[in-house]
Design a protein around this ligand. Structure first.
Ligand SMILES: [Fe+2]
Ligand SMILES: [Fe+2]
Length: 606
């Protein structure tokens, strides 16, 4: 080659390498980049064929028996139609051993520049694998195999160029291959090593991205699992809601007509954003005390305080017995004393049965029941022991009002049931949400009100106003946590998607009271999935799981009251997502037939 010709070739090589470097900084699709690098490498060296293999390291912590592997990430051949064959090649995986050329190169990092692959010295520790030639009717002669070495020195793959041609346009056939090709020289090798290092950067960068995404996804799954593990009753909610939400989202994205026709996910990143939002939709529940989440009876704190109250009834019954015996000792009428004791015993049994039933929260607790409870509460019992002993400092402070409570002389008369000052647990300033988030959820004055009468008088369910706030506060915590995380731009909407699942179309949802216009389709999908999962979830302490038809009846009510999106509800029914989900996740005995015609809007279509 003349000096000027050689100069032009070097110039072209430089331009090509710069082109690859530019492509590297712009694209993130590894396959496209590797194909570009392989094409450039082949063009610059007049190679007829070439492949890039990547190393896949086994993770012995997950699979102790697994071994490192090599697989085809790109394969090109000018003489063989490889387009369909490439799919087969890409499926081939070799164990990473030193016997084959590529394996030797990947393990030792040695560049192998071979004049004729079929004439390798049998004493060499590696051999040429002819199986690919045989499969495609090809003949490899000269070969250049170079390692892809990452910036940290790790070998992440191998680039192999095959058959450097005299004439770039020549077509290689097995019979004439030896005459048409020549060995690779030192210049080729230097050039290809430079391109191989660019390929290694591509691989390393992609693996970093993938590892980072895998790590984020694993942390999210751990968090969702931890929330589910907090409660044996709501367990599985955080992992089932994303399943249902994705089913519905796929149907919504597939709509090509109707009100959801314009909805879709722009790319994989948008899907991932939605998936993460769904996984994290209740992440604020890590802050919710278990006793509130699972509060099964009205007197429950960390224990069911009905036992403490029952002991007071026991005391009163013994007092009645003592009164009868003292009456006998004083010469009283045995029959009259026994009758008095009997009447008192029956009254105590009745009263306790009423208090115990009140504790369950199964029925609406009306004003008449509250009045009877207060009447029972007015009875008194005698306490002989100091109730400020054996307390943690916090409860001691509360019970003695910071030492200001006057000393009492024992015994004291105590009401049978009471709301005491120390039942009122004040709300610390840090337990108020940050006003910058724009939450409109009214915050109760107290953190907790443990008053016995207050709790037993709860009209519906088991939760006091303060505990209901604690439950609702999980969404405030969710939003605060997610808005505080530095999500990359592609995941910027995670907080919005996750944080809108308790908002309603009529603007009366929480915690922000957003309007319909402010609620995105993904947030609306999540709201519907959240309700359906919660209704059909099995084995809550206070309710049995609802069947699909019962749950859809309730959802239809929510649709009518503009709590949930009517178009998504329509799609939920028409697409059969409710049934697919139910069959996959509900107990077989829970399944029933749903007459969806009752709920469909006749004009709607998708
Ligand atoms: Fe929630
Ligand atoms: Fe939820």
């Amino acid at each position: 080659m003349s000096n000027s010709a050689s100069g032009r070739a070097q110039e072209q090589a430089l331009v090509e390498i710069l082109g690859v470097a530019t492509a590297l900084s712009g694209a993130t699709d590894l396959r496209t980049l590797l194909h570009r690098i392989l094409t450039t490498s082949r063009q610059l060296t007049h190679s007829d064929a070439g492949s890039i293999f990547l190393v896949e390291r086994a993770d012995p912590r997950r699979e102790p028996q697994a071994e490192d592997q090599l697989w085809f990430a790109a394969a090109q051949n000018d003489s063989v139609q490889i387009a369909e064959g490439e799919q087969q090649l890409l499926a081939i995986r070799y164990p990473l051993t030193a016997e084959r050329l590529v394996g030797w190169c990947a393990i030792t990092g040695e560049v192998l520049n071979i004049a004729d692959a079929y004439q390798l010295d049998p004493q060499l520790p590696y051999r040429f694998d002819r199986s690919v030639d045989e499969r495609f009717g090809y003949r490899a002669v000269s070969m250049l195999t170079v390692p892809l070495r990452s910036t940290s020195g790790e070998i992440v793959g191998v680039m192999q160029l095959i058959n450097r041609k005299h004439d770039p346009a020549a077509r290689i056939t097995p019979s004439v291959a030896s005459q048409l090709v020549r060995p690779y020289d030192a210049d080729d090798q230097r050039l290809i090593e430079a391109l191989a290092s660019q390929a290694a950067v591509c691989v390393e960068r992609t693996q970093l991205f993938e590892n980072q995404e895998r790590l984020i996804d694993a942390i999210i799954a751990i968090l969702a699992g931890a929330i589910d593990a907090k409660s044996p009753y709501t367990g599985g909610h955080c992992s089932r809601v994303p399943e249902l939400a994705q089913m519905l989202a796929k149907e919504a994205a597939a709509c090509s007509s109707g009100p959801l026709a314009a909805f879709g996910f722009a790319d994989d990143a948008a899907w991932r954003e939605f998936r993460i939002g769904a996984w994290l939709h209740d992440c604020g529940k890590v802050t919710t005390p278990e006793y509130v989440v699972d509060k099964a009876t009205k007197l429950e704190t960390n224990v069911n305080r009905i036992h403490e109250i029952r002991t007071r009834f026991e005391v009163l019954l013994r007092d009645a017995e003592i009164a009868r015996l003292q009456g006998l000792l004083a010469g009283g009428d045995p029959q009259a004393l026994a009758a008095g004791y009997e009447a008192r015993r029956r009254q105590l049994e009745d009263d306790f049965a009423f208090v115990a039933a009140s504790n369950l929260g199964a029925e609406f607790f009306d004003a008449g029941k509250v009045a009877r409870l207060q009447q029972i509460a007015r009875q008194s019992w005698q306490r002989h022991f100091d109730d400020t002993l054996g307390l943690a400092w916090e409860e001691h402070e509360r019970r003695t009002d910071g030492g200001r409570r006057p000393a009492e002389s024992l015994p004291v008369e105590e009401p049978l049931l009471a709301d005491k000052p120390w039942h009122r647990v004040p709300r610390p300033a840090q337990q108020r949400p940050d006003p910058r988030h724009g939450f409109r959820l009214p915050v109760p004055e107290l953190l907790y009100n443990l008053g016995e009468l207050t709790n037993l008088s709860v009209s519906r369910g088991t939760l006091t106003e303060e505990e209901r706030y604690v439950i609702n506060d999980h969404i405030v915590q969710t939003i605060q946590m997610l808005e505080g995380l530095p999500f990359p731009r592609k995941l910027a909407r995670v907080a919005e998607i996750a944080g809108g699942h308790h908002e309603t179309l009529d603007g009366r949802g929480y915690p922000r009271g957003l309007s319909a216009e402010q609620l995105s389709i993904p947030a609306r999908i999540l709201a519907l999935a959240d309700i359906f999962e919660a209704l059909t979830a099995a084995d809550r302490p206070y309710k049995r799981a609802k069947t699909p038809s019962e749950s859809i009846e309730i959802l239809a009510g929510f649709r009518d009251r503009r709590h949930i999106d009517p178009d998504l509800f329509e799609l939920f029914l028409r697409s059969g997502v409710y049934r697919t989900y139910a069959e996959a996740f509900l107990k077989p005995e829970q399944l029933d037939d749903v007459d969806i015609e009752r709920y469909l809007c006749p004009a709607a279509s998708c």
